[in-house]
Design a protein around this ligand. Structure first.
Ligand code: TYD
Length: 135
């Protein structure tokens, strides 16, 4: 999967409360090595603001809502996440930031790599150069 896209996550409806799950090979096609989550984001704060060279990820709003703004080197697209059964798949080499967090928002990220600072591109101009060189 080379394009960013929204992915439907299975949802088991139950009177006792709903349940969702993600399995490699079904909802996502990459091995995930790490999960992290972002929460207690003060109003107006922006997270992200970088690209990953290699890391692929699936972002899920486990609670509340927030926007993920993606740039693919040519154009920008905004995804509003507010359901715990919808994931946003983000391949490597997409510039991304996360903003407009609601007070109760929890952003869970399943990542294809272990944490590696050298995988980050934190300068947008550098990102554009690298991205357009690859294109
Ligand atoms: P960072 O990825 O820079 O946050 P953002 O997505 O908002 O740009 O991570 C913030 C800090 O957390 C940074 O000091 C590195 C650390 N961190 C880890 O130690 N392990 C992780 O898996 C992640 C995602 C971040």
């Amino acid at each position: 999967m080379s394009e960013a896209k929204l992915i439907q996550i299975p949802k088991i409806l139950d009177e006792r409360g709903n349940l969702s799950f993600i399995e490699k090979g079904n909802e996502i096609d990459f091995d995930f090595k790490r999960a992290y989550w972002i929460y207690d984001v003060p109003g107006g704060e922006i997270r992200g603001g970088h690209a990953f060279r290699e890391q692929k990820e699936l972002i899920v709003a486990l609670s509340g809502c927030f926007d993920v703004v993606l740039h693919n080197g040519k154009k920008e697209c905004c995804y509003s996440l507010n359901r715990s059964f919808i994931g946003l798949y983000v391949p490597g080499m997409y510039w991304r930031s996360m903003r407009n967090f609601s007070t109760n928002a929890v952003a869970m990220v399943l990542a294809s790599t272990f944490y590696d600072q050298s995988d980050y591109i934190r300068d947008f101009e550098t990102y554009l150069e690298l991205k357009n060189k690859d294109a």
